[in-house]
Design a protein around this ligand. Sequence first.
Ligand code: ADP
Length: 397
Amino acid sequence: MSDAVLVLNAGSSSIKFELFEVVGDHAETRLDGQMEGIGASPHLIARDARRHVLADHRWPGPDVADHVTALVRIMEGIGPSIEGRRIIAVGHRVVHGGPDLADPMLVDDGAMERLRALMSLAPLHQPHNIAGIEAATRRFPGVPQIACFDTAFHRAHAWEADTFALPPDFYARGIRRYGFHGLSYEYISHLLAEEEPALAAGRVVVAHLGNGSSLCAIRNGRSVDSTMGFTALDGVPMGTRCGQIDPGVLLHLMLTEGMDAADLTGLLYGNAGLKGMSGISQDVRDLEKSEDPRAAQALSYYVWRVRREIGALAAALGGIDALVFTAGIGENARNLRARICDGLGFLGIAVDAERNAANAPEISSPGAATRVLVRPTDEEGMIARHVLALLQRSENA
Ligand code: ADP
């Protein structure tokens, strides 16, 4: 019987999962997948590490109505593939640790209360993360549940990077810039430290460009600033989210067009960004194929804003030694990468067209002052590492 760690990332209508086998002191991925459409049109897909499909099932909506049932169905679906493996812990991606929670945390009853208290800071995400932990606690009674926070990597920011220009009691009440995608940035930082310690000790801007997009300024492995703020709405535009917007626009929409909080939530989270601007799709691949001028405009705006933020974060670091692209767009959208870097020559950035077209791990031109790298991110792998480290620490305690 071998030991395994299950990693869950529970969203509003989906649970993403990845199973790692514990080999010596590290975790190796064995399978991953997701249950989508919980409560609507549930669909489970799971693949092994070679991308062979292990499970592909659909159910009527009511048959997988909530996260608890979803997890039961996931475990049934992948059951034959995990025979002979004992789940020793479940790691959870939790979006918000608030001002105080940074280290991965064993979730007992008291910890669950602390997570619930943070729901108001991330009402659209945190409740689903908590539902995932509750589901896993029921499905795996007695097995340690470990929460890893997306905000944690940014907790060492200087006050200037995290505050808003509001009276100080707002900051004290938790109204501050937290930053997200921390597990991705932490993973990339660790990877660089292993591959290129000298570079990792320097000034690195990481562009996590996926459906959700943000960028992070990292010095010597520590986050100095990041484009996302109090919520995952701020910064660069995303698949369906607006990115930075003048707060006066929201006041205007409320005062003159009668929009309320629900209307604004729908607009800013679900009908803005690439999807809202193009009216076509949130997916860069669709927009690149489209001949509709709105698709081209949406991509141009995306490129413009990402380039601007790279400049801003380079300023926050006092210079830049490396730019790292990661996540779905960063790893794959070569045209956008080239366009973003075009115009950043003043930062020593120059992209080699052939390397970029090949999605090479290093796409900077030979001799360019600033290295430009492409690395796949692995947030689940980072969680699995945290889980093993925490188990190790509690064994040694
Ligand atoms: P999430 O934030 O949901 O984890 P991902 O990091 O997987 O998202 O990024 C998904 C996005 O990556 C897609 O919506 C699409 O815009 C983009 N993408 C993925 N593959 C490609 C590709 N080959 N070319 C261009 N864009 C791509």
